[in-house]
Design a protein around this ligand. Sequence first.
Ligand code: FAD
Length: 460
Amino acid sequence: MKVAPVILWLRRDLRVADQAALLAAVDSGRPVIPVYVLDDEGARHRRLGGASRWWLYHSLAALEAALQQRGSRLILRRGRAEVALASLMIETRAHAIHALHHVEPWWQNAERAVLRGGLNLCLHHGNYLAPPGSVRSGSGTPYRIYTPFWRALRAQMPPALPRPAPDVIPAPTRWPASETLDSWGLLPTAPDWAGGMAAEWTPGEAGAQQRLADFLDHARVYAETRNLPSQSGTSRLSPHLAFGEISPATLWHATQDLGGSTDTFLSELAWRDYAANIIHQIPDYGSRPAKPDFESLPWRDDPEGLAAWQGGRTGYPIVDAGMRELWVSGWMHNRVRMIAASFLIKHLLIDWRAGERWFWDTLLDADYAQNAVNWQWSAGSGVDANLFVRIMAPLVQSEKFDAGAYIRRWVPELAGLGDDQIHDPDPLTRRRCGYPMPIVGHREGRERALAAWAAMKAKD
Ligand code: FAD
């Protein structure tokens, strides 16, 4: 008698190592049919950004190769996940679907729809250090502030040791039909803006392992260098984590031996879990301020200011370097993300949601939870303790974190400037270099932001 297969539903968990759903599928003793459903159309979903689509293409290609090495394949389907999975279940007479849990509201909805359709969906954990929603206070409430969250998460650690990829994945006797990756139009064509990304990144599990190995070479100085954009002090694992090409448990165990940097690194990794924990409680965190009075903050409608910020032409070298790094390479250093976000929200007084959307479209590591939580943190509109009135001074930040070399790299018209000019060139130097004057003065922007905040508070 033929044994009914199981389906492995892959989403942002594109790996074969330490993949709990894959291991459960293999352990079931049945043939396994791995499937990726491209489901990001329609009102329920947030459409993947352009940078993410580029990464997804390459990540799926790498995953397919890894599956083939193990005697398996990757089936590609498009459309609503619950519909695609239901028809695959019928076509293959599958017994069950195995998948990892995801916290994004559209994936939560899709999971509910699959279950409502009567399909046998078995969900597993493994994309976070601890299952989102499971870290709770003594009284059973989930945390909203990072520090107590991290303390409680830490008490539950370490996570289980990562499990290796299976050597062989049992194949069905007949494979169902698959679409082709190239037919999905995930790659940019006219123009192909992805050259800078291809030069910097290797999507896929092997690329993630290589990044980790490179990071471990200098990770002992992570605590001292992580805030310095001119140095490669951080792991740059974020796009790999965003697509689930490496498990957080793998990182936890790989970074136990970094001296003082171990704690610093793990506390940053825990921000990822914290963000998922917030989305688990407040699914629309990416589109609505958690502090409702922020809906009445008099944001400016300033398309030109927004375009200057997006294009790296604000006249603030540190902000422009970051925005150009993002556009070319699909990534931006965390310290500079904070400065650039604060600049948009406070100095330009543009609604944080415009920035969140731009990052969503252009970041290779675009992650709904991390992006929303960080933007609301920057705006002071979130559930955390950060305040709108804490306004970052970009020029002070640029000097303090020694961003000279970083600016020279990403704003080439300023490459010849010395340390005395690089953070804030004088008007004559700006003209000579063809670099714009500041779009708004620091004091003027700051006072305007504080006045807007006071106006919002007066309406309370
Ligand atoms: P490392 O310093 O090596 O840290 C390791 C991992 O820890 C990261 O890969 C990431 O998964 C996690 N981490 C580190 N810092 C943070 C943080 N502040 N919040 C959440 N997780 C963190 N990160 C994303 O992955 N996707 C996003 O869409 C995203 N949007 C952001 C928007 C803004 C406005 C800001 C200020 C930050 C945002 N971040 C986002 C967080 C952070 O900037 C990146 O995770 C980090 O720069 C990634 O680089 P890395 O892998 O070298 O980090």
